[in-house]
Design a protein around this ligand. Structure first.
Ligand code: NAP
Length: 354
């Protein structure tokens, strides 16, 4: 079923971008970002009533009901679009059918998965799939806070180094009120952690506790207790293209109590754009022998910032600012420093030598 809320907005002249899972929390930021930049979003998802509610107050925005169980409905959902942004998670259910639909239509595919195992599967399954090359499309999983930001910072920090001995990504959050999608994804992961050491990815079972330690962050966080092996999609994206023997990931322990709170209500809007007050800081350190290079980014609301990341990526892909097509990461195909500077961050530090 296709519905148009009103007549198309005359100022929207750029191509259509389909948003799947369009009434979710992150997708609403994505739609707002597309509209702000003059793209024409078409909103798609499995529930007609939720879709209609999502376009209330968005004149001219079209909705198309579609299910991942019905390929023809996905074909209709993305018909006429130049790219599809998949925001429907858990992504194990949605990424494969949406990528197949994008391949049939010959359009670019981006998603915002934070699920390491799903992102790894996407690279494993499609990296060498000749259909991706033949279609000349970009398939970009994990184009989000987790998956793109750490990868871009790591790429910028590496600079002209061809290889590093070790790379660390440390994330500090002052709080983390997770969405339903994040909680469901966490349940699917069931404690499993993806680690990268000795040049290879391994999946650890959930029964061994992760390592604990301390990390001294820049302000406003300072010294924090951290948990290691904090398995994020950064491990997957970075290991796809940067040559390092190991990747260590850390999260400060302070927000873990929010994540485990069964009464969580999700992120609470604290400004006119709907962003929560959550503050994040991502620090990347790369080491080669006794040398060290650093890069970091500070900003607000990991869900909200995902929208400018994935929309910026779609925009760069659709305007030819990519180094390659195929299954790619942000750091691999974009100019990392330029891309990072284009994001609405509150602080960005690049290329510091330690
Ligand atoms: N990597 C990152 O940094 C990052 C950033 C933001 C979000 N994410 C991830 O993105 C996902 C969505 O997050 P969110 O914050 O938007 O969560 P959310 O508010 O719970 O929204 C999830 C959306 O996905 C839809 N969905 C789930 N399974 C579906 C399926 N099988 N078919 C069709 N639609 C389906 C839901 O529709 P129904 O209501 O019909 O179930 C809903 O619209 C989560 O997994 C989250 O962890 C990752």
């Amino acid at each position: 079923m296709t519905r148009t809320n009103d007549r198309p907005h005359p100022s929207r002249t750029k191509p259509v971008i389909a948003v799947f899972g369009a009434y979710g929390h992150t997708a609403r930021f994505v739609t707002a970002e597309l509209l702000k930049r003059g793209w024409t979003p078409v909103l798609s998802g499995r529930d007609a009533a939720k879709l209609e509610a999502a376009v209330a107050g968005l004149p001219g925005v079209e909705t198309r009901v579609a299910s991942v169980d019905t390929p023809a409905s996905l074909d209709r959902a993305i018909a006429g679009a130049a790219a599809v942004i998949n925001c429907a998670g858990p992504f194990g259910d949605t990424s494969p059918p949406l990528i197949e639909a994008a391949l049939r239509a010959g359009i670019h595919y981006l998603d915002v998965t934070g699920e390491t195992l799903v992102a790894a599967d996407t690279f494993d399954t499609y990296r060498n799939d000749p259909r991706v090359k033949e279609a000349g499309i970009v398939v970009a999983p994990a184009m989000a806070f987790y998956g793109a930001l750490g990868d871009l910072l790591a790429t910028a920090a590496m600079g002209d180094w061809a290889a590093a001995d070790a790379l660390s990504v440390a994330v500090a959050l002052d709080s983390w009120h997770p969405t339903r999608g994040t909680l469901l994804a966490g349940r699917r992961r069931a404690g499993r952690r993806v680690v990268f050491s000795d040049h290879r990815l391994r999946v650890l079972a959930g029964d061994e506790p992760p390592p604990q330690g301390e990390w001294t962050f820049a302000e406003p966080f300072g010294r924090q207790d951290v948990v290691g092996q904090f398995s994020t999609t950064d491990v997957i994206t970075i290991s796809q293209h940067l040559d390092t023997a190991r990747i260590d990931t850390f999260l400060n322990t302070a927000p873990l109590k929010d994540l485990g709170d069964p009464e969580t209500q999700g992120p609470r809007a604290a400004d006119a754009d709907g962003r929560s007050s959550q503050v994040f800081l991502v620090e990347v350190v790369v080491r080669r022998g006794s040398e060290e290079r650093r890069a970091s980014a500070r900003g607000r609301d990991i869900y909200a910032v995902t929208a400018p990341i994935v929309v910026e990526a779609a925009e760069w892909i659709l305007t030819g600012r990519t180094r390659a097509t195929g299954v790619v990461t942000a750091g691999e195909v974009f100019d990392a420093e330029d891309f990072l500077r284009a994001l609405p961050l509150d602080g960005l530090s690049l290329g510091g030598e330690g």
